[in-house]
Design a protein around this ligand. Structure first.
Ligand SMILES: Nc1ncnc2c1ncn2[C@@H]1O[C@H](COP(=O)(O)OP(=O)(O)OP(=O)(O)O)[C@@H](O)[C@H]1O
Ligand SMILES: [Mg+2]
Length: 320
């Protein structure tokens, strides 16, 4: 594997153990998703791989070489899109992307050709020569992606590249992420967009409180859920008790909803049960659909403190 992380632990001076024995391996040509609630430790992991933060213990290797011992090499071998917006005010996207490409050692003509291709692929042409101070948040994010992609490293680390980006350009962005992998990079991408990750990553890991609590392909993780279908109940605000699932599978409360795993052959039974709950007034609404990666995510981490508000957002976005 091109990028190999073993038993990585980072404890900040404040005592927070943000990464706690994380092991991951990502191959050439692979798009790997990193999911997890706010504060799970994703950015901490990314910053160690790109040589910006020194691990407390554990190892990071690229092509077998020790990145902890040589963070300068890590910075050369990785290209990186930070979670925070890069301050490029005073530069235009054209200037910022070309500058980054040349800093990363690209030849001027190559950099310009690649910049043109990225600008076209991400549909950013109208902003090419606008001062970054006047760009919207989403456009800035896309420019930051182009800065990371213009002369990509062997490893490409993207920390929430789809944030603030409109749905149409998010698709364009995911396609470019895939293109990076097709050209041989190992891509690690942090995202809160579980639905899009399901379609776009080869494998993923879910982080929770600094630990990997699940890892695999989207299909493998969904298999672990043990339910092909998901029944979503919108609870009546006045209902005092959560309805008990008759299916013996996961039942996870998320805000005012209850997500229930349902086996494929129990679809009819699930609808009849939900209809009866609606009839008695304990739920307002229900939907039955195929289980998604989001259900796995919610089943695994939906219960933690930081969780419900965010997960609900994702669910609402999905429903829209
Ligand atoms: N410089 C720091 N000093 C002390 N604690 C920190 C520092 N940076 C992050 N932390 C803490 O480490 C934990 C992990 O933070 P991190 O930024 O890695 O999370 P994250 O998964 O990227 O979250 P988000 O989804 O909100 O970006 C949090 O508890 C955070 O408060
Ligand atoms: Mg983060």
């Amino acid at each position: 594997m091109l990028l190999q992380i073993e038993e990585l632990t980072k404890e900040y001076r404040t005592g927070t153990r943000a990464n706690d024995g994380i092991s991951l391996a990502i191959g050439e040509g692979e798009v790997f998703g990193l999911l997890g609630h706010n504060g799970a430790g994703k950015t901490t992991l990314v910053n160690q791989v790109v040589g910006l933060l020194r691990p407390t213990s554990g190892s990071i290797r690229i092509d077998g070489r020790d990145m902890v011992a040589d963070p300068g090499l890590a910075r050369r071998l990785c290209s990186f899109q930070a979670q925070a917006q890069v301050p490029i005010d005073g530069l235009t996207p054209r200037q910022a992307i070309d500058l980054l490409g040349q800093l990363r050692g690209g030849a001027r003509a190559d950099v310009q050709r690649r910049r043109e291709r990225l600008i076209e692929a991400l549909d950013l042409g109208e902003w090419l020569d606008v001062d970054a101070a006047r760009l919207s948040g989403g456009v800035k994010r896309l420019v930051a992606f182009a800065m990371a992609a213009v002369v990509p490293g062997r490893v490409v680390m993207l920390d929430e590249p789809t944030n603030d980006v409109d749905p149409v350009r998010r698709r364009l962005l995911w396609r470019q992420v895939r293109t990076l992998a097709d050209h041989g990079a190992a891509v690690l991408l942090v995202t809160h967009n579980v639905i899009e990750a399901e379609r776009s990553v080869d494998r993923l890991a879910i982080l929770d409180e600094g630990r990997v609590i699940a890892e695999g392909t989207p299909a493998e993780l969904k298999g672990r859920l043990g339910a092909a279908l998901r029944l979503e109940l919108v609870l009546d605000p006045d209902a005092v008790e959560l309805p008990a699932s008759p299916f013996g599978l996961s039942a996870v409360p998320v805000g005012n909803r209850l997500m229930i795993g349902v086996p494929m052959d129990a679809a009819g039974q699930a609808v009849a049960w939900a209809e009866s709950l609606k009839h008695t007034g304990s739920i307002e609404e229900f939907t039955l659909g195929p289980a998604t990666l989001e259900d796995v995510y919610v089943a695994l981490v939906g219960g933690s403190d930081a969780g419900p508000a965010h997960v609900e957002e994702v669910i609402d976005a999905n429903a829209a």
